[in-house]
Unconditional design. Structure first.
Length: 71
């Protein structure tokens, strides 16, 4: 059985920008815009020894409140 890296990351609770945008139901570019202008914090979690940063499951509710007003 072959498991994709994306599935392993999601099972570990690590979300890329694309994953987070998909989870929130917004466009990637909307999320990217709010990160670059400083409305939303950049992802901070990472895998040891790797430069890429990820959002974690705890960030989902915080960002959902920002984008959807707690709805």
């Amino acid at each position: 059985m072959i498991v994709e890296k994306k599935d392993l990351r999601r099972r570990a609770g690590l979300l890329t920008l694309h994953d987070m945008a998909e989870t929130l139901g917004i466009s990637y570019w909307s999320l990217y815009h709010h990160i670059t202008v400083g409305h939303v914090a950049r992802p901070k979690a990472r895998i040891k020894g790797r430069p890429r940063r990820y959002y974690v499951e705890e960030d989902v509710e915080r960002l959902r409140t920002f984008f959807h007003g707690g709805k």
